[in-house]
Design a protein around this ligand. Structure first.
Ligand code: PHE
Length: 469
């Protein structure tokens, strides 16, 4: 496909892939998952999942995409045939569903930017219950999430190089700097050290199947792995460049930002006496109080800047999420990019509406269903919102399932010899190296085994209340 436009440089690819990886998953999702799953023990398992399962599969996804030069559906179809193409299609579906709720949360970030920088959020006497109030006000939520989807569509419309790459390269480094600055400030607050201890000293008695399941889901979500986003980006990746080192850089950047976000948020949570297990509202409850404590002007500037960067991080991720179904329809159906982008953005916005009502905005979607969680004494039935269900099915189960299928695909159909050939382009000494042995062992043995066990036991536990382990 000679017409496929690629990234202008290796650094462009890394910026775009890291831009996809770094997002709300790191700064919003990681801290609340850590807080809901016991702190340090969760961090520990998450790191293991990322290194032994996540990293090799990133290499695999990029290699598949670069070899096939196509979207996930087209890539599986070309390299594996019609039946395997279904895996690619499932990835496209995961992308659509994840973006549907991701955009709602991105809207919250955008709303907080507006009301911190230009409104009177920081004048509130107390932030107790702030998130519940905010998230259940549907009118303003509609507006901000519509705005965010519009912005995403605008960038995706401009195409890979001009849109995605430019936005990522420019803005990612800023995020790092402001995170570091805020961490230093946060650590000086009273009670912050209790949060540091909670975060960094693992209490292994807190580990159960639920912890491992959430950590694996978090690792996949945060790395943008398991649904073909990296197949799609890999298809734009130059044959001259080294997949393994690029994947390593993306992994390290992603983990670092998540780690730093935890080091920022959890101390703030403890210093303000908040509940670490508060769930999706955690970051939005913990931050405004801190910006307020900086004084009216400084708080407005620093707080505004922080939420702005959070929006940027979210935007480089929503763009990669939307690019997957767009690339599918443009490549396979030969539809025009412009109308496809607009149509999909509108559709996904609508699919996200029940999620918007899942946080107190409507009782029906807030208490949508009941199913099981892994409790301390076995499975326990709990209320789940519509958002919880979509997140469990498409992020926590769908992405690891996609990773499992990718590893089976490489091991049994495409074969590791082809994987090695593809990686060798751009990495001359790959064959015979330790990197090759590690990646092959992980992809052919460890990933299939571990992911199969986790996905299966999770489905049995969540939806049938049967505890396998
Ligand atoms: N990795 C992104 C984040 O952490 C979310 C994402 C998931 C993006 C899957 C693309 C694909 O915010």
């Amino acid at each position: 496909m000679a017409s496929r436009s690629g990234f202008s440089s290796r650094i462009g690819f890394i910026a775009a892939a890291a831009g996809s990886a770094v997002g709300l998953g790191n700064i919003w999702r990681f801290p609340y998952e850590t807080g809901s799953n016991g702190g340090g023990a969760f961090l520990f398992i998450y790191l293991i999942c990322t290194l032994i399962i996540g990293f090799p599969l990133i290499v695999g996804e990029i290699a598949v995409g670069r070899r096939a030069q196509a979207n996930p559906y087209g890539s599986y179809n070309l390299l594996g045939g019609k039946r395997w193409a279904l895996v690619g299609l499932f990835g496209v579906l995961c992308g659509i569903m994840i973006l549907s709720f991701y955009n709602v949360v991105a809207g919250w970030a955008f709303g907080h930017f507006m009301s911190t920088a230009f409104g009177d959020l920081l004048n509130k006497p107390s932030f107790d219950g702030h998130f519940g109030e905010y998230a259940s006000t549907i009118g303003s939520n509609l507006l901000v999430s519509l705005a965010f989807m519009g912005l995403t569509a605008f960038i995706v419309m401009r195409g890979v190089q001009k849109g995605i790459e430019a936005a990522s390269k420019l803005l990612m480094p800023f995020l790092f700097v402001i995170l570091l600055g805020l961490i230093v400030y946060g650590l000086t607050l009273d009670g912050a050290m209790k949060g540091v201890e909670y975060y960094l000293v693992p209490d292994f008695s807190k580990i159960n199947l639920g912890t491992v399941f959430s950590a694996m889901g978090q690792a996949f979500f945060s790395l943008s792995l398991g649904m073909g986003a990296l197949i799609t980006y890999g298809s734009y990746f130059s044959k001259k460049d080294n997949i393994v080192t690029s994947a390593a850089i993306v992994t390290v950047v992603d983990v670092s930002v998540a780690f730093l976000a935890g080091l920022l948020i959890l101390p703030l949570v403890f210093s303000q006496g908040l509940e670490p297990g508060a769930g999706p509202g955690l970051v939005f409850e913990a931050l405004p109080g801190v910006f307020q404590s900086m004084g009216p002007m400084v708080g407005r500037v620093i707080g505004g800047l922080f939420f702005l960067l959070l929006c940027v991080a979210a935007l480089t991720s929503t763009v990669s999420l939307l690019e997957v179904p767009v690339a599918y329809l443009v490549d396979e159906r030969k539809w025009k990019r412009g109308p496809v982008v607009i149509g999909l953005a509108a559709l996904i916005f609508l699919v996200g509406l029940p999620t918007m009502y899942s946080f107190g905005g409507g009782d029906f979607f807030t208490n949508f269903l009941q199913y099981y969680n892994a409790g301390a004494n076995g499975p326990e039935l709990v209320d789940k919102s519509f958002y919880d269900i979509i997140d469990d099915i498409f992020s926590n189960i769908g992405l690891p399932l996609g990773g499992f299928l990718l590893s089976i695909f490489i091991a049994t159909k495409w074969k590791t010899s082809n994987l090695s050939d593809e990686i060798t382009s751009g990495f001359e000494n790959y064959k015979g190296s330790i990197a090759e042995k590690f990646i092959n062992l992980m992809i052919t043995v460890i990933c299939p085994l571990v992911l199969f066990l986790i996905v299966l036991s999770t489905i049995l536990l969540k939806f049938f209340g049967v505890a396998l382990i």
